[in-house]
Design a protein around this ligand. Structure first.
Ligand SMILES: [Zn+2]
Length: 119
C-alpha cells in the first residue's frame, strides 16, 4: 500500500492513521511533531548544525541507543519517563537532526537506531 502523504510504499502493518490519512511511519511522526515539517529549511538547517543543542530527553535517547545499539519504544519510554506522544516528538526532532531513525529488528519489532547505522 502507499502512504497517502508521500506515496512511499509500505507494509500494511507499518500504516498509521492520522487526521483521516493512512500514513507511513515517517509521515506519522512528522504529523505528530510540533516542528513545521512543511518548511523544507527545518530539516535542511537542522541537519547542518555542527553543534546541536539536545535536551535531556534527547540525550537520554541517544545514550540508550548508543549503549544498546538500538532501543525499542518501550525501552525509551522507560529510560526517559516520557509518555509515548511526548517521546515521539523528541524522536521526531532527532530524526530531523539526522541522529536517529526507525529500524526493524530481526524479530519484526520496531526499534530506533543511530541514523547512520545500517540495517
Ligand atoms: Zn509517508
Amino acid at each position: 500500500m502507499l502512504c497517502e502523504k508521500c506515496n512511499t510504499s509500505m507494509e500494511p502493518d507499518e500504516m498509521r492513521e492520522h487526521g483521516g490519512l493512512k500514513l507511513c511511519e515517517d509521515c506519522y511522526i512528522d504529523a505528530i511533531s510540533p516542528a513545521k515539517t512543511c518548511d523544507p529549511w527545518a530539516t535542511y538547517t537542522a541537519s547542518r548544525l555542527d553543534t546541536q543543542e539536545l535536551n535531556a530527553a534527547q540525550e537520554t535517547i541517544l545514550k540508550l541507543i548508543g549503549e544498546q545499539g538500538h532501543a525499542s519504544l518501550a525501552d525509551l519510554i522507560k529510560a526517559t519517563g516520557l509518555e509515548e506522544a511526548a517521546l515521539m516528538r523528541e524522536i521526531a526532532s532527532l530524526r530531523h537532526m539526522e541522529l536517529v531513525r526507525g529500524a526493524m529488528m530481526p524479530d519484526g519489532g520496531k526499534a530506533f537506531k543511530h541514523f547512520k547505522d545500517q540495517d
